[in-house]
Design a protein around this ligand. Structure first.
Ligand code: ADP
Ligand code: MG
Length: 692
């Protein structure tokens, strides 16, 4: 349950005085639905209204706050604007209003009275003007105007003044909360208390106050990062508390597996395996992330880890995010495993009725030693005889909680999470701070580098001719269609249209695959691209995950400028998997934005996923990377992975240390930390605590 002290902040923004339903909607759009969202809606600029010259001295184009007397009103005729003529001793100024209501202006600026007005001064034919002053108040209220006024990201129809008012309303509800940060750290960094920091961040006095390095912004970012790390640490502590088991196979199956391979393991694979085997042999549970580029050989490492479990007479499971990927893993693993004498099984949502029953039977009896599948493996009626190792191949698709569910299918199951998204270290920590990390930084030998070229789409005909030549020489080609919008239907339409034009040139050699195809239809298309008559596969981004076609050596990506770097890298990873030279053509529509250009040149220069990920972080700005919900990464409002890079590790250690000393968060600081978790809506994590 959320602590009562936070109730005032977790009410709808419409509860604030002066904010009616219409504004509440707009505020929800700009900042979020709850009052607490307004606290996190930080100013992005400021307007200095302290400058108060005489009218004659007010410079053109600058914001000024003037004290004037209202001389007369001149309502505009026809389309002419409404003018209010004002003056001080030095001269006259016209306040200009378009589409104004006369009676409202007469109340605001009564004739003969003094008013303090603030806005941008302009000169038109030598005459001073101020179009739509931002403020017009009686001199008694001058102090409320002559300030440094923050400006916020807003939305159409929501005036800064209203947004400010709402934020001030939120600040008025600010409770004083206990300190959740390690006091030594607070002292070292000279951070202000939470409420002091929140107030200060909304009242910047200077441009420098808007920078992420300020003490207030650092403190607030740290709060958010700490909440994130604490939530992860709680999950981790809970997982580690469940006793693990010692898995130390005799190596017999692993030796046979290696003997069956036409190559030897890379150094990176060996290191990762040693780390994994070390974890498995320890009495507590393994919680490890195996991070490596597409094609870096993760699957094999996972297979070896699973074989280690099978050697001990237990079972292993590998779970993939999609049907295609599950089948592909199975196709890779099963022949190798069978040759070594390990029995594999596959279970997906497509298995129904008797078939499914039979598979479940073999899983329950333990005759299935390695089980590959989709999230169908999560289902309640799936019972293992003795599951010891769970490998989860995830593309940000499963969350922390799903990892736990699979872990509960056995006694002290060791968990290995694999990701092909080479996310930067900072982000690994925010998404996987609960896991230890192994990285496959080295690619298997014998790979040819991919020749990546950037081409404008006015040369599409040349691209098609180039593709034709490669196809005649026996190449298989991926043709990736643009992201139209966040709409699958539109993506599919674009792909269908492209397939039609390409069929005019290449006839039946063209296939089409997209997310709307049903499973078996998808498999059929993939199969005939892999080993059949289809040589050119038009695809939406469904091919992004998995799918191994070693003969595919050409990839065309249309509107490459619309894809993010990480996505381009994932896509390109589909080619260059065999020993033949590959080419990737990044086709863009001019004009390219500066970031668009930078992104494509990173792609041209590098194939190293880790480097590309770091560049991506720099180019997009961390806020964006951290903030994208669809990526499955946690969202951050105050923290900035670039500006607050150093805080992530500090927070992780701080969180782990706090939980070591106070595992149930019961001390005064622990209690404060609970409040912190609620403040940042990590409620789910609090449920792992006693009495919560
Ligand atoms: P990932 O799962 O990381 O995308 P895979 O495990 O699917 O990568 O490996 C990609 C390809 O590289 C597969 O064809 C695999 O057989 C091959 N491979 C894996 N390890 C090695 C190695 N040490 N030497 C040569 N080829 C390897
Ligand atoms: Mg793989």
């Amino acid at each position: 349950m959320r602590p009562e002290i936070l109730f005032p902040l977790f009410a709808d923004v419409g509860q604030l005085t002066g904010i009616g339903p219409r504004y509440a909607k707009l505020i929800e759009k700009a900042a979020g639905p709850q009052i607490v969202d307004l606290l996190w809606h930080l100013p992005s600029g400021l307007i200095d209204r302290r400058f108060s010259p005489a009218v004659a001295e007010a410079p053109d184009g600058l914001i000024a706050t003037l004290t004037v007397t209202v001389l007369r009103h001149e309502p505009g005729r026809g389309r002419a604007p409404y003018r209010v003529i004002c003056a001080d001793e030095s001269g006259e100024i016209e306040l200009v209003y378009f589409h104004a209501k006369g009676d409202w202006l007469e109340k605001l600026l009564p004739q003969g009275q003094q008013r303090v007005i603030s806005g941008k001064v302009e000169r038109f034919r030598g005459k001073a003007q101020m179009p739509h002053p931002d403020h017009a108040v009686p001199p008694t209220e001058a102090d409320s105007v002559r300030i440094v006024e923050p400006t916020h990201p807003s939305t159409d129809g929501l005036h800064q003044r209203i947004l400010r008012k709402a934020i001030e309303g939120a600040l008025a509800r600010l409770p004083v909360l206990g300190e959740w940060i390690n006091p030594t750290l607070v002292q070292q960094r000279q951070w202000p208390a939470w409420d002091v920091a929140v107030r200060a961040v909304h009242h910047p006095q200077d441009r420098l106050d808007l920078e992420p390095e300020t003490l207030t912004r650092q403190r607030l970012a740290y709060d958010e990062i700490l909440a994130n790390q604490l939530a992860l640490a709680l999950v981790r502590a809970r997982m580690k508390k469940q006793k693990g088991r010692i898995i130390r196979g005799d190596g017999a199956l692993r030796d046979r597996l290696i003997a069956g391979l036409p190559f030897s393991l890379t150094g990176a694979q060996r290191t990762a395996l040693a780390e994994i085997e070390g974890d498995m042999a320890a009495p507590n549970r393994m919680l490890r992330l195996l991070q490596g580029d597409v094609g870096s050989g993760k699957t094999l490492v996972a297979l070896m880890a699973m074989a280690n479990g099978v050697e001990c007479g237990a079972q292993a499971a590998l779970m993939a995010p999609t049907e295609i990927l599950a089948r592909q893993h199975f196709a890779t693993i099963e022949p190798l495993a069978r040759a070594a004498g390990i029995r594999c099984e596959i279970l997906t949502g497509r298995d129904k009725g008797k078939t499914r029953g039979a598979i479940l039977g073999r899983i329950a009896e333990g005759t299935a030693q390695i089980v590959v599948g989709t999230h169908a493996l999560f289902q309640e009626d799936v019972e293992f005889r003795d599951l010891a190792v769970a490998v989860i191949d995830e593309q940000h698709r499963f969350g922390v909680h799903q990892r736990m569910v699979l872990g509960q299918k056995g006694q002290g199951v060791d968990i290995l999470v694999m990701t092909a998204t080479p996310i930067p270290r900072t982000l690994v920590m925010t998404a996987y701070g609960d896991l230890d990390v192994s990285r496959l930084t080295e690619k298997p030998p014998g790979r040819q580098p991919i020749d990546t070229r950037v081409i404008s789409n006015d040369r599409l005909m040349d691209v098609i001719e180039g593709v034709a030549r490669r196809m005649d020489a026996g190449a298989k080609v991926y043709w990736v269609c643009p992201l139209v919008e966040e709409s699958e239907a539109l993506d599919v339409a674009a792909a269908e249209e492209r397939a039609t034009t390409l069929r005019e040139r290449f006839g039946d050699r063209v296939g089409l695959i997209h997310g709307r195809l049903k499973g078996p239809a998808k498999d059929a298309v993939m199969a005939s691209f892999k080993d059949g008559p289809i040589d050119l596969l038009v695809a939406t981004t469904v091919i992004e995950v998995g799918v191994d076609v070693p003969d595919a050596t050409v990839m065309v990506i249309e509107h490459a400028e619309r894809f993010g770097l990480a996505q381009l890298h994932q896509l390109r990873g589909r080619i260059g998997r065999g020993d033949k030279a590959s080419t990737c053509l990044l086709v863009y529509a001019a004009p390219l934005s500066e970031t668009g250009r930078a992104r494509l040149s990173v792609m041209r220069e590098s194939e190293d996923g880790f480097r590309i990920a770091e560049e991506d972080l720099k180019l997009r700005g961390a806020g964006e990377v951290l903030g994208t919900r669809q990526s499955g990464l946690p969202t951050f409002r105050m923290a900035d992975a670039a500006g607050h890079n150093d805080l992530f590790e500090v927070a992780r250690d701080d969180a782990r240390l706090l939980l070591e000393k106070d595992p149930e968060l019961e001390s005064p600081r622990g209690q404060a930390a609970r409040t912190l978790l609620y403040l940042f809506e990590r409620d789910a994590a609090v449920r792992y605590l006693r009495g919560a």
